[in-house]
Design a protein around this ligand. Structure first.
Ligand code: IPE
Length: 258
């Protein structure tokens, strides 16, 4: 295991999801301050929210490789770069040394380039915080696909085995169901006790997809925290190993039927 905290900034935390192309500056700044305060080696991955998702819905683009409209490919990527710049600037203002990275550099001939993932450790050793974003990426033969921030979390976790993994969302964690909003504090695998419908416009899979990525990371033997990123103090607590309101998906041991 590497002493790195891997954290996903959900699109619903860093953008105002129902207002096109609107960053949530307050939340970005509070999280940047928390990251600076915690001082641990960190890798940040962020989603698209009202930037990338807005355009991927407009151009009907998904996570499978297709010959999508070139204007759509361009504008999704550009909007993600723009959002990344806002986050990088905020982290830089907080005193950190962030470095924006498109996942295009992690793929070669449609395959994962392991060396590029491993390089991220060197970044953190130099005190640099990689800030990777979900993006529109070329897969093969002119076919592009959205690589979501959630799937990047699993890939980075698989290659680097970080000691802490956190998904930030705009709710308090995983709810038993959306009606009662009863928080599930510990979610064990396999799960039968949650039911939810995701009503968002999310083209990359919403909360269900997030949970399955989280289970995959837990299967590596790493605890996964799902926490409300709109309350930066909770994120700070998790980063420094203090319990906070949220959902814990405990590491699944090999013997444990995972
Ligand atoms: C989506 O990443 C990236 C694009 C749409 C290009 P995510 O799917 O991880 O984004 P959020 O966190 O759900 O907004």
């Amino acid at each position: 295991m590497t002493q790195i905290s891997l954290i996903k900034l959900g699109g619903s935390v860093i953008t105002v999801k129902d207002r096109a192309l609107t960053p949530n500056i307050k939340s970005i700044e509070e999280l940047s301050r928390v990251f600076a305060k915690c001082g641990d080696p960190l890798i940040v991955i962020h989603g698209g929210g009202s930037f990338g998702h807005y355009w991927s819905v407009k151009y009907d683009m998904h996570t499978k490789p297709e010959l999508y409209d070139p204007r759509g490919i361009s504008v999704v990527h550009e909007s993600m770069v723009a959002l990344n710049q806002i986050i990088v600037k905020s982290m830089s203002d907080a005193g950190l040394a962030p470095y924006g990275i498109s996942p295009i550099s992690f793929f070669e001939d449609g395959k994962v380039n392991v060396t590029k993932f491993n390089e991220l450790v060197e970044f953190t050793r130099r005190g640099i915080v990689p800030v990777i974003f979900g993006d529109m990426v070329h897969i093969r033969e002119g076919r592009f696909s959205i690589v979501s921030g959630d799937s990047l979390m699993t890939r980075v976790a698989t290659h680097l085995m970080p000691s802490r993994v956190i998904f930030t969302v705009n709710v308090d964690g995983i709810y038993k169901d959306m009606k009662n909003k009863k928080l599930v504090k510990v979610l064990n695998f396999p799960t039968s006790d949650i039911s939810f419908k995701d009503s968002s416009i999310d083209v990359t899979g919403g909360m269900g997809r997030k949970i399955s990525e989280a289970f995959e990371i837990a299967r590596l033997g790493i605890d996964v925290n799902i926490v409300n990123g709109l309350d930066a103090e909770r994120v700070f607590d998790i980063l420094r190993g203090v319990e906070a309101k949220g959902t814990l998906i405990p590491a699944i041991s090999n013997k444990g039927g995972g």
